[in-house]
Design a protein around this ligand. Structure first.
Ligand code: FUL
Length: 459
């Protein structure tokens, strides 16, 4: 290799100490088994479906009755097949949204789907369709409940735990439990017994990740499908406190627009500058949640807002390809199906995602880089048109890489800097253009020695 690469982590680590006690403190923070598993299956779907689908609302008012749910048939197999086509591996269903209406056969309230025309346990129907199609199943259960009379009394904690217990006992394995932080600005004040909720989940579904108002998965902080430039998974432990999530969440039915802007988020959650000021750190990776349409629930008038394949693919690259997981909402209609427009976008999206790694030029696994190895060199068998670079850190050893550069070798032997990167984390996907004969990945800055799980170049 003829280029000068004296500036890499093995020489000066960009001016940072490579292995001091602070660095050791950061890299001692690692994912648990459930978080590791989720990073291997980073793309899953939300189904917002329920009373709001029937009433063409986003939140409802809390005064609805079971009769208002006048949907008479659903085709969950079609829902699941549609998302499977996009390469999605899991589904989270809104079993109870803020309106309090329950999509399952619950003992604890009459305000449920068994007292409606459809008389079908919808949670079971969706869970079964997932099972048959080898898709993971998860539950959304809104802590805020505008219908339940005991809301905001101590009894509500029992009610909530009872409902959780039903959902976590009767519907097979649950991969994620999603606790929404949203609550109406005028709703009664109430302190949820999070500790008890979490204990119930740990006992009944030890493999489930708890998201948002939960300890395992962090809300990215907006509903626009955007992630920060650097999404660190090691962050101050205080971010797991539900109060701050609740404060930033939606606070009225019409408030969703605010969250479609990204300036609601703090940009830096995990650089050294932030971590050094915090005594307690946690592994708390970000999940990007976004709807394929304007609303979370289906509205005919939103048919023209279905995001383009290009937009969806960019969201994918900026979330899954940027150390986040992606929770894409696809709302079934009041006819009980997913709209054909959404179905065809999902299919085309799935094809684009598959194409990322369809033509490997080189795929290589590594491990801990040696202390004198500041870069990794790749030589292709012949000049090759490149489209993607995909790198993964071994995150069981924490998130270490803070800066890297990617050089590509031209046919005349010269190198061009194709990408100046920052973090890698679970997965970094970079789009490339042009024909090259080789490449060099230079790690510029790392928290101790990098652990690179794999690097791939694709045509
Ligand atoms: C928000 C809720 O208020 C929306 O209705 C939706 O469920 C979204 C995923 O979370 O906070």
């Amino acid at each position: 290799m003829k280029m000068k690469l004296e500036k890499n982590w093995t020489t000066d680590n960009n001016g940072f100490a490579l292995n001091d006690s602070e660095v050791q403190r950061y890299i001692s923070v690692v994912p648990n088994e459930n978080q590791l598993t989720l990073q291997e299956k980073p793309f899953y779907a939300f189904f917002h479906f329920g009373m709001n689908t029937a009433n063409d609302r986003e939140w409802g008012a809390g005064v609805e009755t079971a009769k208002d749910f006048d949907i008479t048939k659903i085709k969950p197999e079609q829902w699941v097949k549609a998302v499977k086509d996009a390469g999605i591996t899991g589904v989270i269903l809104t079993c109870k949204h803020h309106d309090g209406f329950c999509l399952w056969d619950t003992k604890y309230t009459d305000f449920n789907v068994m007292n409606t025309k459809i008389h079908t346990d919808i949670v079971k129907a969706v869970a079964d369709a997932c099972y048959v199609n080898d898709i993971d199943f998860g539950v959304y259960l809104s802590p805020w409940d505008m219908h339940e009379p005991c809301y905001a009394t101590p009894e509500y904690n029992d009610y909530f735990v009872n409902q959780l217990t039903e959902l976590l006992t009767n519907y097979g394995e649950i991969f994620e439990v999603w606790f929404d932080g949203a609550k109406g600005a005028n709703a009664k004040a109430f302190t949820y017994d999070w500790k008890r909720y979490y204990e119930t989940i740990h006992k009944l579904q030890p493999k489930a990740n708890i998201a948002i108002c939960g300890e395992d998965i962090r809300w990215v902080g907006n509903e626009a499908g955007k992630a920060r430039k650097n999404e660190y998974s090691v962050v101050p432990a205080s971010l797991r406190e539900c109060e701050s999530t609740e404060k930033n969440s939606q606070s009225s039915e019409g408030d969703a627009g605010r969250l479609q802007k990204v300036d609601t988020m703090d940009e830096d959650l995990g650089s050294r500058k932030v971590l050094e000021k915090n005594a307690y750190l946690a592994w708390y990776p970000a999940e990007v949640d976004v709807s394929i349409r304007k609303g979370w629930f289906y509205h005919k008038k939103d048919d023209r807002t279905v995001k383009s394949v290009r937009k969806l693919f960019n969201i994918y690259l900026n979330s899954v390809g940027n150390n986040c997981t992606l929770l894409l909402n696809i709302p079934p209609t009041d006819k009980g199906v997913i709209c054909s427009k959404d179905v065809s976008r999902l299919k085309a999206l799935g094809e684009k995602i598959k194409a990322i790694t369809a033509n490997p030029v080189i795929e290589q696994s590594f491990g801990e880089l040696k202390s004198d190895q500041g870069y990794i060199e790749f030589n292709f068998a012949q000049p090759t048109k490149l489209k993607y670079f995909v790198a993964k850190e071994d995150i069981s050893k924490s998130q270490r890489v803070e800066k890297f550069d990617l050089y590509l070798k031209k046919s005349n032997g010269k190198y061009k800097k194709a990408y100046a990167g920052t973090i890698i984390g679970a997965r970094r996907i970079v789009k490339l253009k042009g024909t090259y004969t080789g490449a060099v990945l230079v790690i510029r800055q790392s928290r101790s020695t990098p652990y690179i799980k794999s690097v791939g170049f694709y045509g």
